[in-house]
Design a protein around this ligand. Structure first.
Ligand SMILES: [Zn+2]
Ligand SMILES: [Zn+2]
Length: 244
């Protein structure tokens, strides 16, 4: 396996959601590590344990504008880690909200609240308890509906919080030009999933999912995971650079 490092990190958190540092703290580490771009992607509005508010979004944008002036050598983007809310492809962003962000990444998280108490209760309970083929298929169909209705750039940490059909998801992402993530906190792909990722030719991205600034640009977890697949086509990742 070649040694590689991240060139741009599109998945980082600040204290505006459940991260522990500021935009500036994250940017300092990104600059130290030589990244060309950093995206701030705090948790979406319906994340029960620390999603951002609209007031946070305004503060984040102001912070990014100020920090960008201080560090012109790196591009700083304001994204959002939106939540898939149910099996209908609904996410926690309105058309108006979309104008606030430079890009959207999407995932499933524990304890999100969706449209109607009943709907979200059932979604959360099924995600926790029903790891059936049928459920995984319906989750995947929901991701696909969301991709068709919202400008999603990346599906983050598939198989976290509930399972999905990675082969079906990878093919759908490939068709739509959406990237699939290898997450810096957890990579939960089975050997069959990895083969499906290779076969689908879907575009891939690494995200640190840093909740502390020192983890910005970190690819340790992905590196360890990929040691099991020495022939994995690393060129499929859009944001890493191999060192000779
Ligand atoms: Zn997440
Ligand atoms: Zn995250």
């Amino acid at each position: 396996m070649k040694i590689f490092k991240m060139t741009a990190d599109y998945h980082t958190h600040t204290y505006h959601s459940d991260g522990h540092n500021s935009v500036r703290d994250n940017v300092i580490v990104a600059v130290e590590k030589g990244l060309t771009t950093i995206g701030i992607t705090d948790h979406g509005f319906n994340h029960r344990l620390g999603g951002i508010t609209h007031a946070d979004v305004a503060e984040l944008r102001a912070e990014i504008t100020a920090v960008q002036k201080e560090f012109p050598q790196i591009k700083i983007l304001l994204g959002i880690e939106a939540n898939l809310l149910n099996l209908n492809g609904d996410i926690d962003l309105t058309a108006e909200d979309l104008k606030l962000f430079d890009y959207v990444i999407l995932g499933i998280h524990y304890f999100t609240f969706g449209k109607g108490v009943k709907g979200s209760f059932i979604f959360n309970m099924r995600n926790l308890l029903w790891n059936t083929k049928k459920h995984r298929q319906r989750v995947t169909e929901s991701y696909i509906k969301a991709m068709d209705n919202f400008p999603i750039k990346v599906i983050v940490h598939p198989n976290y919080a509930t399972g999905c059909d990675v082969a079906m998801l990878a093919n759908a992402c490939k068709e739509r030009g959406v990237l699939l993530e290898f997450n810096g906190k957890r990579v939960e792909y089975s050997a069959d999933d990895v083969q499906a990722l290779i076969d689908s030719e879907v575009g891939l991205i690494m995200g640190s999912d840093a909740h502390y600034s020192y983890n910005v640009g970190n690819v340790e977890v992905q590196r360890e995971f990929l040691k099991n697949y020495p022939n994995f086509p690393l060129e499929r990742f859009c944001n890493i650079k191999c060192e000779d």
